[in-house]
Design a protein around this ligand. Sequence first.
Ligand SMILES: Cc1ncc(COP(=O)(O)O)c(C=O)c1O
Length: 418
Amino acid sequence: MTYSDLNTPLRTIMTPGPVEVDPRVLRAMSTPVVGQFDPAFTKIMNEVMEMLRHIFQTKNKWAFPVDGTSRSGMEALLCSIIEPGDKILVPIFGRFGYLLTEICERHGAEVHTMECTWGDVFDPADVIKEIKRVHPKIVALVHGETSTGRLQPLEKIGAACREMNVLFTVDGVASIGGTDLKVDEWFIDGLVGGTQKCLSVPSGMAPITYNERIEEIITARKKVERGISTAEDRKQELERDHPIIRSNYLDLSMLQDYWSSRRLNHHTEATTMLYALREGLRIVLEEGLENRFNRHKFHENALVSGLEAMGLTLFGSPSCKLPTVTCVNIPEGVDGESVRQMLLQEFGIEIASSFGPLQGKIWRIGTMGYSCRKENILFTLGALEAVLIRHGVRVHTGRALQAALDSYSLIHREPVGQ
Ligand SMILES: Cc1ncc(COP(=O)(O)O)c(C=O)c1O
């Protein structure tokens, strides 16, 4: 049997992830593989740790990627600090709050949730009130909720957690590299980012950072280091005051020994993915965090102007809109999936649908990382208008692109970057 050469279509990816990979990252991925303890490689590991600290805006010692998709980072962080019966508060304002809840429950936590309407975020005062009532060990919260396109303010919640000696862990998967996220200044104890969104690196690694408050817990749960564990070791481990972390793959006490100068063998590092992450981080730092955040806002403005000029309305409260995801209400009587399909088939553009109560009600358009470019915004607006006309929607013909062009020319010059 023979198979053809790998030949994927070139797409314009305007989803909330995965997005288009920066060509520089693709080139870095063809760099020859070296052994994971080769000094040439351990140097790259150290560089990635240093670059991550800049991007996370932290002085934390620990900042490294977990091999696996973003949820592997979330699960590594949570399973390494949750001991069975620990109370955790998860404020839910979209799909990924449910993911946090599920991870915590699977690791034996007593999870308390609070919910707000999808399309909104929490007033920090309400979360703080709930922390005072529940007295959790951990608050686990999403920063940029891609399912609803909302951005939860974190600073006040972080400060309250620190004051009450509660650990604050955050899912920054969709916000890191696209919108401001200050780990130290906002009192975040543990944070997980994503590669496949605003960093424009393929999915497959989860950069994380955590401080000494978390390190202390992890260290207390460390396995005895004997290389192999006998039945007797395992029996004793089950009886310890602070039980060992139940996952081997995601045990941060072992991962940190691999990422420290000790370089204790754990897994076989995904060398090619680390090359990709290194290049993605280098691009972010070359552009500069502030420039990059401004660039995301700049293209978001043009997209929103175009959509509104076309006569479409946006979903969700504008005061907490996530700059990297724009949610559009699907006009009454329109088959949202048919529109998405036509965009893909006729124009090679991918936009996203949503989940749960929002399925069939909104489209989500991502403006993230390398995908967040002027030509992509203009192409998407033009194509969407054409497809909507084909679906019988009475749009304000011709206005979307003009509004977007106006938005671009109002500012005259694109921010540094792209
Ligand atoms: C906010 C948020 N958190 C977590 C995840 C889970 O990431 P992954 O699918 O890479 O495991 C996603 C994925 O889209 C996300 O948008």
